[in-house]
Ligand binder design. Sequence first.
Ligand SMILES: Nc1ncnc2c1ncn2[C@@H]1O[C@H](COP(=O)(O)OP(=O)(O)O)[C@@H](O)[C@H]1O
Ligand SMILES: [Mg+2]
Length: 338
Amino acid sequence: MLELYGGNIMSLLEVKDLRMYFPVGKKGFFSREKQFIYAVDGISFSLEKGETLGLVGESGCGKSTVVRALARLYTPTSGDVFLNGKNLSALNKRELLEARRTMQIVFQNPYASLNPRETVGDIIAEPLRIYKRRGLLTLSEEQIQSRVDKLMDMVGLLTYYKNRYPHEFSGGQRQRIGIARSLALSPQLVLADEPVSALDVSIQAQILNLFKDIQKEMGLSYLFIAHDLAVIEYISDRIAVMYLGKIVEISDFRDLYENPLHPYTKALLSSAPIPDPQIEATRKRIILSGDVPSPNIRQPGCYFYARCSYRLEKCKNHEPSLQGSPTHKTACFLCEQS
Ligand SMILES: Nc1ncnc2c1ncn2[C@@H]1O[C@H](COP(=O)(O)OP(=O)(O)O)[C@@H](O)[C@H]1O
Ligand SMILES: [Mg+2]
C-alpha cells in the first residue's frame, strides 16, 4: 500500500529506499532477461530545514540520477520521497507542480542549462511565468520584473545586465543566473548538482560563499552534490558517501573527516589534497586498485568487494546494510566487528 506520510513529519525531505533502474539494450531472441543499469540502488536519508547534506562520490555513481528522481524528472523505479511529509508518488500532476515549488535544481553546467536565446531577465522570470500560466501564482508583469531585480541583486548581478544574453557572461556569472532562477519561486530546498564543478577554482569559492549567504538569508536546505571533498567539506553539515548507486557512509561532517569508517571513504579522503604540508608528508595514501564495477551487473555481496583492501570472506556473498549511531552510519562488516 502506498504510504501517504513519512515517519518523521518534522523532516523537510525524507527518502526511503529510492531506486532508479534504466533498462538497456534490446530484448533479443536469445536473451530472455532484460538488462538494467542500477544507477540508484536503494537509498534512504532525511534532510532537515536549514541543513546542508553533501553527497559525494566518483563520477557515474548515481548522484545526478538521485537529483532527477527526487525532482521527479524521472519516475523512480521504486521507493518513496516525502517532501514536508507528503509522499510525492501519491500526488496528481497539479499537486506535484505545487510541491515542486518547494524543491528547485541548480545544474552542473551553467553553459548548457541556460537557453542562449533568452535574456537573463527572461531566464530568471521563467519559473514565475510558468506558475502564473498554470494559475498557481498571481503576479503582474511589474511584480515579476521587480522580483527579477531583487533576485539579481541577491546573487550579485547588476540589474543593468537584465537584457543581455547568457553568452555575454562568464561561467561564474552564468551560475549566478542559474541560482537566481532556482530561487525565483522561493523554494525551501535546493538540489545543487555539482554547481561549481565546471567553474575555475578561483571562482568556486565565490559561488560557494554565495550559496552560504543565501542559505542564511532564506533559511534554505541544500542537497549539495560534488565529487570534490574540499567543496563538500566547506559547505556541508552532514555528508553521505555514495558508491555504485548506494550510500556506504553517512555522518556529521566533522566525524566523517576525523573518523572515516568505510574503506571507500578512507580512500577518498586519502586522495584529497590537504593544504598543510606537514600532515600531507606524514599521511598514508590509499590507492584504490581495480576499476569501478559496471553498474549493469548485479553482484552478490558488498559492491566495494573487488577494490577493498580490508575485505573479509563474508563480504563476497553478503551485502552489509547501513548501520551505526544516529549521527554516523556505515555499510561495512569490518566496522560492525570493531
Ligand atoms: N537517462 C539514462 N539512461 C541510461 N543510463 C543512465 C541515464 N542517466 C544516467 N545513467 C547511468 O547511470 C549511472 C549513474 O549516472 P549519474 O547519475 O549521471 O552519475 P553521477 O552524477 O554520479 O556522475 C551511470 O552509469 C550512467 O551512465
Ligand atoms: Mg552527475
